[in-house]
Design a protein around this ligand. Structure first.
Ligand code: SF4
Ligand code: SF4
Ligand code: FES
Length: 283
């Protein structure tokens, strides 16, 4: 089964589950909890009544108002992060039933249609846990700094019209621009190792998101001024050659960003850049 067929099958199954969801049921949330950085983790379960249209965030809100475990013990409200509540900011990303995704768009009817069904929630494992399901994604943003994922501007005055761009090129860049820095691609990547120590961030693989954003800005009329510097950053340790081509990243990206295509394009770009540097006597 191809990726596209598997995706369509998965969507059909979820639609079918939604149709047969039992009204007025309760589901069990099994949540991996942690009181703070460096503290041990533990599991707690909560029985949550589900209304039509409920999602993981609305269920977490119910738990926050009723922090009592299935054993009847009073506990602290579960902590999580969120912002937009419409799969745009990426803040609510967590591992749900073993798969990384956004919790705001995760409908309970699709995951737990029957009375007593269980949903497990865990924080992403590649980022330091702040508390419970809330992780520190700074490492992800620091990788974007490493590859200079921005358009350089010299002041805020009017610089006139930019270079012309074909609709096809705009469309290609638009797809890349949809990245919301959620971290799904990093959580799924075997090359992106778990790091607890903030000092080690710069020595690790930058990740598929940063490689793809480097491509986005290399393709920008003004952003391409920094193309050489981006390729320099991606030629060294932790750069594009550290990708093992497992392609897990592209399978979990909620925005369908062509990450493996970006990795291929940036890989070719860094090679050409290195050859040019060699013949110009710079390397
Ligand atoms: S293709 Fe590269 S970046 Fe994507 S999951 Fe595999 S190793 Fe990670
Ligand atoms: S590339 Fe996709 S999975 Fe990775 S951070 Fe961006 S939106 Fe999330
Ligand atoms: S809250 Fe923004 S993506 Fe879920």
């Amino acid at each position: 089964m191809s990726d596209a067929e598997a995706h369509a099958y998965d969507a059909d199954m979820r639609r079918a589950n939604r149709r047969k969801a039992v009204d007025g049921r309760s589901v069990i949330f099994k949540i991996k909890r942690c009181d703070g950085p460096g503290k041990p983790s533990r599991w707690e379960s909560f029985k949550v009544p589900v209304e039509e249209g409920a999602n993981v965030i609305s269920s977490l809100k119910w738990i926050a108002a009723n922090p009592v475990t299935t054993e009847g013990s009073k506990t602290t409200p579960v902590v999580w992060d969120s912002g937009c509540l419409e799969e745009v900011c990426g803040a609510c990303t967590m591992v749900i039933n073993g798969r990384v995704r956004q919790s705001c768009s995760c409908l309970i009817d699709e995951y737990a249609p029957l009375e007593g069904d269980v949903i497990t929630l865990e924080p992403m494992s590649k980022f330091p846990v702040i508390r419970d399901l809330w992780v520190d994604r700074d490492r992800l943003f620091s990788a974007l700094t490493r590859v200079k994922a921005w358009v350089p501007i010299d002041g805020t005055y009017n610089m006139g019209a930019g270079p012309k761009e074909s609709p096809e090129h705009q469309q290609m860049r638009y797809a890349l621009s949809e990245c919301m820095s959620c971290g799904c691609c990093l959580e799924a990547c075997p090359q992106y190792t778990k790091v607890e120590d903030e000092e080690k961030w710069d020595t690790s693989f930058v990740g598929a998101h940063a490689i793809s954003q480097a491509r986005l800005f290399n393709e920008h009329g003004t952003g391409k001024q920094l193309k050489g510097e981006r390729y320099d950053a991606l030629s060294g340790p932790g750069g594009v050659s550290d990708c093992g081509n497992a392609q897990n990243c592209v399978k979990v990206c909620p925005k369908g960003i062509p990450l493996t295509e970006s990795i291929g394009a940036v890989g070719r770009g860094t090679t050409i850049h290195a050859i040019k540097q060699f013949f110009q006597g710079k390397k």
